[in-house]
Design a protein around this ligand. Structure first.
Ligand SMILES: Cc1ncc(COP(=O)(O)O)c(C=O)c1O
Length: 272
């Protein structure tokens, strides 16, 4: 695979990031993950806007304009695309040789990497809940301690994903997904303490044609009692949940709403 590192396209085996990189030493960095569907980048403006917002919140400046980054991405996708395969793309920006400790600013590190998506599970998944919070959940930061602990928990439970529960008992999001539930014909999703996912925003735009939508707190017990549960992100799209902490959701199959919104989402995605 070719990567884009600090202005150059290089083989990933030759790409070198310094040992003093503040991303490596302190987790002082931000990132974005997106998908190229059959070579086409979707929701690119939204991802690049969020990259700028995360960077600004973390005291970092993106060293290229949006148009420049679009150009790099298109070139990189062209270099790495295999026929009829999708790519998972990650843009990472760190403080580079800068130091939050001394306040010295240095050259940032700007890296774009890609992975081919070979096969995907489309079956409903199981999830496990865990009391854990992300600090500054609106920032897509490379400091990922909570995500890592939560993902480890999921793995230890044989689950695909963990749902994070905050100190007030509210379910906020997954380790790399946003959360929705359907209960009595209403679609609900947390309105705060989570990342403003780009897929989440899309679902919120499309769903009212199917059912009423509420942004509200969702407590753990409501997960156990939900008719349907969905997780969303830019790489996986919509994932249906069949089990939470060993309790079956609905009849354990992908629910009716999930099927309908999935269809709409894919229609919109392929029109873009
Ligand atoms: C913590 C977290 N929540 C939600 C999401 C979903 O966001 P998006 O739909 O923009 O990919 C992600 C994406 O990776 C994430 O890391």
């Amino acid at each position: 695979m070719i990567v884009f590192l600090n202005g150059k396209f290089v083989s990933e085996n030759d790409a070198v990031v310094g040992v003093n990189d503040a991303g490596f030493l302190y987790g002082h960095g931000v990132y974005e993950t997106l998908r190229a569907f059959d070579g086409k980048l979707k929701f690119l403006d939204e991802h690049l806007d969020r990259l700028n917002e995360s960077a600004a919140a973390f005291g970092l400046e993106v060293p290229y304009s949006k148009n420049e980054i679009k150009g790099f991405l298109e070139e990189l996708v062209g270099k790495n695309l295999e026929e009829r395969k999708d790519l998972r793309i990650r843009i990472t920006l760190t403080a580079g040789e800068g130091s939050f400790y001394t306040g010295e600013s240095g050259q940032p590190t700007f890296l774009i990497t890609t992975r081919i998506i070979y096969e995907e599970n489309v079956d409903p998944v199981s999830v496990a809940t865990l009391e854990i919070e992300r600090t500054y959940p609106q920032i897509k930061s490379t400091s990922m301690i909570s995500n890592i602990l939560a993902k480890n928990h999921a793995r230890s439970q044989g689950a695909f994903e963990s749902i994070m529960i905050d100190r007030r008992g509210r379910a906020t999001e997954g380790t790399f997904t946003n959360l929705f539930i359907v209960k009595n014909g209403v679609l609900k999703t947390p309105g705060q303490w989570m990342l403003s996912g780009i897929t989440r925003k899309m679902i919120l735009e499309l769903a009212p044609e199917i059912m009423p939508v509420e942004e509200c707190d969702i407590f753990r017990e409501e997960l156990y009692d939900a008719d349907e549960i969905l997780l969303t992100n830019s790489v996986k799209g919509i994932v249906s949940v069949r089990e939470v902490d060993g309790r079956v959701v609905g009849d354990g199959e992908m629910g009716k709403f999930t099927q309908r919104i999935q269809k709409k989402y894919l229609e919109v995605l392929h029109q873009l």
